[in-house]
Write a protein that binds this ligand. Structure first.
Ligand SMILES: Cc1cc2nc3c(=O)[nH]c(=O)nc-3n(C[C@H](O)[C@H](O)[C@H](O)COP(=O)(O)OP(=O)(O)OC[C@H]3O[C@@H](n4cnc5c(N)ncnc54)[C@H](O)[C@@H]3O)c2cc1C
Length: 579
């Protein structure tokens, strides 16, 4: 069942919970669904945010941009970052059932096969390799026709997709023919680094291909909550989901022997709006932290699992000294507006000014509500995307941070936002910078200090600068000049030299909202990392972490699909452990 408040759950203190999951986000929803398939397991999910059910901004793909700084957002802000010319930026995180999958940009990417093979290599567990994860890829994805039922032949490779998994996926159902045909023409003219890639989700993402999205044939967002926790699953007798409830800490069992291993199966929690009603619950089998790359290390640190020096400074009793907790934070830096001008205006159709015109937005919503047509059935702006490599010659200066030659260093999202003709969103997919999550105070209800530390490593600024150069090379193809596309628009137009481009980047770059790595998995006896390859917190019994924080390296992918795969495999690991 699903409950809006802790107080509504009958006998919550007296029930035997086999598993308590902190965070009903992307991973948490998968785990809740999969673990409660076994009727012998009683599963409790504690989610800080509200329900996703009536959240129109989450349901309608075209309203995604309105979710930031609402009740569905944790409303975080980063520290001022030297690499961003001392700017701090908004740092959106889903605060709603389904977590960030309920608020994200719905781009569906798996990354390179070598990204997963690297996880297998660095953890020593072949179970994380691309080949081993194939069954989970099949269980996760349910590929469907787009909402407009257009002919998708030549837009994807059916052999790398599953029709039988949980999450409805489709090619965008509202495309932009003028811009799309020029993009495809340019891939033919240029080939090479800009070759057409029939399917970026094959494990080899290099080149330019059609965008796939977590939007189903019905034109609505597919989140972990809509896909894995629909009403028929929510109503399982052995599953309870409690919303608007914050997990503040995990607590060790009292043991007479101070040298013995800690066992942690107890969570401390409170209603979101009533910290005075703090209570505790104990699982009989395991507590699972799925609070995301910010939330999970935040809970560990507040509980006394982290760097002993930092914990001592805040007078938090130390349960376990592990300096890796909250470190190794990795995220994709992002440039949202690399826009090109036109010699003469071009007719982009009736929706061209959608972003800026509230009347058009109202019409788009009406169409979506009436019969699931129009621009709000899709992500609106981008129909193509691609991954490219930094030129080899420049890589000689650095240790290549990518997982292999088939992985992309830089991502281009290519399309036509309103008001402008041609726009590329640029991301560094293999950043070498590392940031951190740390505590602001010993009060677990205080927001943590979030420092993505973007562009602190020289590779990242080079990769982003080269991304601008690549965008310029792409747009220099005949397809664009024949259609009157000119050079870069402000703030890029005056930036010519490397250092001028780099300065603009540092002035305007933001985030792709893909933090990972703050509770990384590592081999059993490594001197780094927070969880073992089975995702058990090292040095502790009874506690796992299952979410984006456990990735040791960031894939060249938007991170929701890797999280789904992690949670699918982890569900099997837990079922095997307790089967
Ligand atoms: C704005 C935005 C756009 C994005 N765009 C894309 C995209 O287009 N494609 C893509 O693949 N990825 C995208 N991502 C990234 C992707 O959504 C995330 O990597 C992924 O969803 C993270 O999953 P998770 O399970 O680790 O965490 P989340 O899904 O964030 O789940 C964590 C859950 O835990 C809850 N929680 C946290 N702390 C506590 C606590 N103390 N007590 C109780 N509950 C707690 C949160 O409310 C949340 O529901 C985007 C993310 C954002 C924010």
């Amino acid at each position: 069942a699903i409950w809006n408040s802790l107080n509504d759950v009958p006998n919550i203190n007296r029930r035997n919970w086999d598993f308590i999951i902190a965070g009903g986000g992307t991973a948490g929803s998968v785990l809740a669904s999969r673990l409660s398939e076994n009727p012998k397991f009683n599963v409790l999910v504690l989610e800080a945010g509200p329900t996703n059910e009536d959240a129109l901004m989450s349901i309608v793909p075209g309203l995604q941009g309105k979710l930031a700084r609402t009740q569905y957002d944790w409303n975080y802000t980063t520290v001022q970052m030297p690499g961003y010319n001392n700017r701090s930026i908004n740092y959106q995180r889903g605060h709603i059932l389904g977590g960030s999958s309920s608020v994200n940009g719905m781009v569906f990417t798996r990354g390179a096969a070598s990204d997963y093979d690297r996880w297998a290599r660095v953890t020593g567990d072949p179970g994380w390799s691309w080949d081993s994860l194939q069954p989970y890829i099949k269980r996760q994805e349910r590929f469907q026709p787009p909402v407009d039922d257009h002919n998708t032949t030549g837009q994807f490779d059916p052999s790398v997709h599953s029709l039988t998994g949980m999450v409805p996926i489709s090619i965008s159902g509202f495309q932009h023919p003028t811009v799309d045909s020029i993009t495809l023409q340019a891939t033919k003219e240029l080939g090479g680094e800009f070759k057409f890639n029939l399917d970026m989700n094959s494990g080899s993402p290099l080149g330019i291909g059609w965008l796939q999205t977590t939007i189903g044939h019905d034109g609505t967002r597919s989140s972990a909550a809509t896909s894995y926790l629909p009403p028929r699953i929510q109503s399982r007798k052995n599953l309870d989901i409690v919303l608007n409830t914050i997990v503040t800490r995990v607590l060790p069992e009292k043991s007479g022997d101070p040298s013995s291993r800690n066992t942690i199966r107890t969570v401390e929690l409170c209603p979101r709006d009533d910290p005075s009603a703090m209570t505790v619950l104990t699982a009989s089998k395991e507590v699972i932290l799925s609070a995301g790359s910010i939330g999970s290390p935040h809970i560990l640190l507040s509980s006394g699992i982290g760097d002993v020096n930092d914990l001592n400074a805040l007078e938090i009793p130390v349960i376990l000294n592990n300096p890796s907790v909250g470190r190794n934070m990795t995220d994709h830096p992002s440039l949202n507006n690399v826009s090109f001008g036109l010699r003469e205006p071009i007719d982009l159709g009736p929706w061209a000014n959608l972003d800026a015109d509230p009347d058009l937005q109202a019409q788009a919503l009406e169409l979506w509500q009436k019969n699931k047509t129009g621009p709000f059935t899709a992500l609106v702006k981008y129909d193509h995307f691609g991954w490219i490599r930094v030129p080899d010659i420049l890589l000689e200066e650095f240790e290549d941070p990518s997982s292999g030659p088939e992985a992309g260093h830089t991502e281009l999202l290519i399309g036509s936002p309103s008001g402008k003709f041609y726009d590329i969103r640029l991301r560094v997919s293999t950043p070498a910078s590392r940031g951190s999550i740390s505590l602001r105070s010993s009060n677990p209800l205080d927001a943590p200090i979030i420092d993505p530390n973007f562009l602190s490593h020289p590779f990242d600024i080079v990769a982003m600068r080269e991304g601008i150069r690549a965008a310029q090379r792409f747009v220099a193809s005949p397809a664009f000049s024949e259609n009157g596309v000119t050079g870069l628009l402000p703030p890029w137009n005056g930036a010519v030299s490397d250092s001028e481009i780099e300065e603009v980047i540092r002035d305007i770059a933001v985030t792709a909202w893909h933090p990972i790595g703050t509770a990384a998995m590592s081999p059993e006896n490594a001197d780094w990392g927070v969880v073992d390859p089975d995702l058990r917190v090292k040095g502790v019994d009874g506690l796992r972490i299952i979410d984006a924080s456990i990735m040791p390296h960031i894939p060249c992918a938007h991170t929701q699909t890797p999280v789904y795969l992690i949670a699918e495999r982890a569900s099997d690991l837990i079922k095997e452990a307790w089967g």
